[in-house]
Design a protein around this ligand. Structure first.
Ligand code: SF4
Length: 378
């Protein structure tokens, strides 16, 4: 078996989760439910007997979607709509769209009109996480979503079924956190590209199968001799868009010591606590997540939390990837940049979108940043 063989399945799944979903559907008879990232609890969908598939719009060139949604829409939302309009999501038996910003709220309305036959639910996440009623509200909303899912799948997501799903997903997340550790020690084998494929594919494959695939990886590789020459980087962003970015960072000698991507560490950093009320446990996890840019917290808390995470990571610099046309990122980013500058942390902020198609331009900026940081790494 070649050294690449055990990794191939993750990249393949990320590229084409639909073949696998069709096989799963045939074997189990269960429905496949797509969800727009971030923060739809996969465990709720899984416990209701369905296969959750996380959807992103990275790497999609929009054409038909322009007729239904304004051109100034982020490529994440625009790309997912394009996928649906061009028949790429026909395997789906349902869709869950979370409320994280005006764009996802609008997308939900557009979706219902464009695909009236597809079951579609809107998960109304609280925007003001600090509000005293936010936890109770979210528990009610998760409860409503659980009932809606069960009506749709004709399966009961009992407390016991939820606990089983929590165990499975916690086990998977623990293994993926271990993968992050391996990346830090041996970034040649556990490259950024492979790490991304590993973590992101977990969100679009049957989790038990994905765990089995992970067992085949070379977990005992030796620490990479050259890893100390790599430039430790912290990444703030949402999805890797354009999708070539992880490979680009590998090629420039970075090692990612922390990230906040919704297809990255943010999706695996927190587990669900076992043994209590399952919906309260899901609420607790939601509140512990790195706050998504669309949520409202006091600016000081957002900045202080971010700076603390950057400092703990040991990064030599920070890469901020703001999606083009993302108003939420536009609100947070200036405060975060100012905070980094006050502390003297080197920073590169890029507005990215595959729609620009400017990988070459990104490479030039990243090369210059890598060169500057490499002079500060002992
Ligand atoms: S928060 Fe930004 S990136 Fe996320 S869906 Fe909304 S506009 Fe798009």
């Amino acid at each position: 078996m070649s050294a690449h063989a055990p990794w191939h399945i993750f990249e393949q799944t990320l590229h084409d989760p639909w073949t696998l979903a069709a096989e799963w559907k045939q074997q189990t008879g269960g429905p496949v439910i797509g969800h727009l990232l971030p923060d739809v609890p996969e465990e709720l969908i899984h416990a209701a007997g369905a296969l959750p598939i996380a959807l992103t719009g990275a790497g999609v060139r929009a054409a038909r979607a322009h007729a239904l949604i304004p051109g100034y829409t982020c490529s994440h939302a625009m790309g997912v709509l394009e996928r649906a309009l061009t028949g790429q999501l026909e395997i789906l038996d349902g869709m869950v769209i979370p409320y994280v910003c005006d764009t996802t709220r609008n997308l939900h309305h557009i979706w219902r009109r464009a695909f009236p036959k597809m079951w579609c639910e809107f998960l109304r996440l609280p925007k003001r996480l600090e509000h005293p009623g936010a936890r109770d509200y979210l528990k009610e909303e998760f409860s409503r979503m659980r009932e809606a899912l069960c009506r749709h799948t004709h399966r009961a997501a009992t407390d016991e079924a939820l606990e089983e799903s929590f165990c499975l997903y916690n086990k998977s997340r623990a293994k993926l956190r271990e993968a992050y550790e391996r990346h830090r020690k041996d970034p040649s084998t556990w490259s950024i590209r492979r790490l991304h494929a590993l973590v992101a594919s977990a969100q679009c494959a049957p989790r038990d199968l994905h765990l089995q695939w992970m067992e085949r990886l070379p977990w005992n590789t030796e620490a990479d001799e050259a890893s100390h020459c790599r430039v430790p980087l912290y990444v703030r962003g949402k999805i890797w868009d354009p999708p070539e970015l992880p490979e680009l960072l590998d090629g420039l000698g970075f090692v990612v010591v922390g990230d906040e991507m919704v297809t990255g560490y943010r999706s695996v950093g927190e587990d669900v606590h076992l043994g209590g009320d399952p919906l309260e446990a899901l609420v607790e996890r939601h509140m512990r997540l790195i706050p998504y840019a669309g949520y409202h917290l006091s600016p000081r808390e957002v900045v202080d939390g971010f700076l603390r995470r950057v400092e703990q990571s040991g990064a030599a610099g920070v890469l901020i990837l703001d999606p083009k046309f993302c108003e939420a990122a536009g609100f947070d980013s200036p405060d975060l940049r100012q905070g980094l500058r006050r502390r003297g942390v080197p920073l590169l902020a890029l507005e990215t979108s595959d729609r620009g198609g400017a990988v070459g331009a990104l490479r030039v900026r990243l090369e210059a940043f890598a060169e500057m940081l490499s002079q500060t790494v002992p």
